[in-house]
Design a protein around this ligand. Structure first.
Ligand code: ISL
Length: 561
């Protein structure tokens, strides 16, 4: 088993979506000074590092994931002096800062693209991916993440450019070594300022299949071409080059966002000898409720599927590599609404899920608001939504008469990205204490009950439970480095496993249902006894392992003695 110690394996990382975290100047948009004002809160929580979503200059077609200047702070977030103060203050407190690196694409307002589209002979033309049309149509039939076609025609120069995301996010051409050099320089710009790592946006999409072939099939229209732009032919060459020329010169950590990786392809990015990345965000758990039609084709999921996915990634990274652990982020529905019960058992199920994330082998990522059990939002009309993916979906389906608008809205309530982007709920005052101005997106109306102030005041809150988990992980290396040994794998109600390190063993038992569940652990292993370390119910009762009764969403962590 791989137990090489690293700070980023022992860390708990907190993700901040700055637009929605805390607004210090009343313009309705969260900002850097807002984060600075909340560092006491983060420190109190016990986290070690922050992953900060993009704060660079951007026209905000995709909330900062469309960058027009990599080396400038967006005005609505503050300025470079604010950012430097934030970094210094975080470091003074022993907190690390991980910046978002978005280099699959830029904004179409980035000076490189402005120059590239000015003429076919521009020196920057080849920084992007341009092709002639085919039979009066797009160069190929690839579908984009956000729009039907992944190509946009540029009337001025008579060619199409590739955009895997919005039309305002043209893809960079990584085949061009000059472009790669520019990206590496930009990375050094931030690393030299002293940051502690990068989270790399869709980093496994930067190498496209040569010739950009059509997705085969007889159907007309655009088709999902993931096989041609994810984990592409030169991806590992690029990442090794990046590592050799940039990353390896700094003491930092990296986590790549990598849709469509399996344990087999994933290890190629994070294997210890690979010299590429440290961790990756895999999507198999996030896709657990997606049918053949993708994210919006919502299907029921079973606990045995979830266990299978978790288990196979735990196994895959046992001897080599390291897992990231997350159940939500700024692109996903709220964890408690999706995997728990956000009604009667909100607190119990949020704590149970937190127990899972902090007792698996890997590095936990907490998404802002998760620690107070924030829930999905159900805005009543499409006008209240802000996310480009959601608005495009509604336009394509409901407005073009392809689906009943209320059904589309129901899908958005379940899976839309704005579920995670409503403002952080600090207190029960105006705008949940997020802003004195008009928030850029509506506050979830449940803020009067669900907020940080209440959570701090209640010793039994989800927030206090997170603090306990984080502290426990620091005190018990077995929680970080221990081997993961699944038990009761075919059980549909209970997720149970053992963690084991140097003769020390923990037993984790989680009821994933809203009804009592009984399990029999006799014969699974032979403990001389168990000692309860943590439970999400005030007083855990009945520790007879042959007949263990768990209450709805109950979580227990035992030390096997
Ligand atoms: O959000 C998704 C599905 O709803 C994902 O498919 C998402 O688009 C994908 O994971 C890539 O996400 C990242 O890059 C996007 C940006 O919109 C996301 O916010 C970011 O996390 C483009 O930069």
């Amino acid at each position: 088993m791989n137990s090489v110690r690293q700070w980023w394996k022992e860390a708990v990382i907190y993700q901040i979506y700055p637009r929605s975290f805390f607004d210090s100047d009343g313009d309705g948009i969260g900002d850097l000074r807002g984060i600075l004002a909340k560092l006491d809160y983060l420190q109190e929580l016990g986290i070690d590092a922050v992953w900060l979503c993009p704060v660079y200059q951007s026209p905000n077609d995709d909330n900062g994931y469309d960058i027009s200047d990599y080396c400038r702070i967006a005005e609505e977030f503050g300025n470079m002096a604010d950012w430097e103060e934030l970094l210094a203050e975080m470091h003074r407190r022993g907190l690390k800062l991980i910046m978002d690196l978005v280099v699959n694409h830029t904004s179409d307002e980035h000076p490189w693209f402005v120059e590239a589209r000015a003429s076919r002979n521009s020196t920057k033309r080849d920084y992007y991916i341009w092709r002639e049309g085919k039979d009066g149509k797009e160069p190929n039939n690839w579908q984009s993440f956000f729009t039907p076609s992944a190509w946009e025609y540029d009337g001025n120069t008579g060619e199409y450019y590739l955009h895997l995301f919005s039309v305002k996010q043209p893809d960079l051409n990584w085949e061009n070594p000059v472009l790669r050099g520019e990206i590496y320089d930009m990375m050094r710009f931030w690393l030299d300022k002293g940051i502690d790592g990068f989270r790399m946006d869709v980093i496994n999409c930067i190498s496209k299949t040569e010739g950009l072939p059509d997705v085969p099939g007889t159907e007309e229209g655009y088709r999902w071409g993931g096989d041609y732009f994810m984990n592409g032919p030169r991806i590992h060459e690029y990442l090794r080059e990046m590592n050799e020329l940039v990353l390896s010169w700094y003491d930092i950590m990296t986590v790549g966002e990598t849709p469509c990786v399996t344990p087999e392809t994933g290890i190629l990015y994070v294997g210890d000898e690979r010299r590429e990345l440290n961790m990756l965000f895999q999507f198999e758990l996030m896709d657990i409720d997606s049918g053949p039609g993708g994210k919006w084709d919502i299907q029921p999921w079973r606990l045995t599927d979830l266990k299978r996915i978790v288990g196979k990634w735990q196994l895959a990274m046992r001897d080599n590599g390291w897992n990231s652990l997350y159940m939500n982020n700024h692109d996903q529905p709220r964890m408690v609404s999706r995997f728990g019960n956000d009604g009667e058992y909100r607190a119990e199920s949020a704590k149970m899920l937190a127990t899972l994330l902090h007792t698996l082998r890997g590095t936990p990522f907490i998404y802002q608001g998760e620690e107070i059990g924030m829930r999905n939002v159900s805005f009543g009309s499409i006008e209240e939504y802000r996310d480009i993916e959601t608005l495009n979906l509604y336009r394509e389906k409901a407005l073009q008469g392809n689906a009943d608008p209320s059904e589309v809205l129901a899908l958005i309530h379940k899976k839309g990205r704005d579920n995670a982007r409503t403002p952080m709920q600090w207190d029960d005052g105006i705008n949940a204490g997020f802003s004195g101005g008009m928030p850029w997106i509506g506050v979830n109306p449940d803020y009067t009950g669900i907020n940080v102030q209440n959570a701090l005041a209640d010793g039994d809150s989800i927030l206090h439970y997170y603090k306990k988990l984080i502290a426990m992980r620091k005190e018990n290396p077995v929680m970080v480095y221990g081997e993961y040994i699944p038990i009761l794998e075919d059980e549909e109600a209970i997720f149970a496993y053992i963690r084991q390190l140097d003769g020390e063993r923990l037993l984790v038992i989680l009821n994933f249902t809203g009804v009592p569940a009984v399990c029999n652990l006799a014969g699974q292993f032979s403990p001389s006894g168990v000692e309860l370390l943590l439970s999400n119910y005030p007083a855990a009762v009945g520790h007879h392992l042959a007949n263990l009764e768990l209450r709805p969403f109950e979580a227990r962590v035992y030390r096997i003695v």
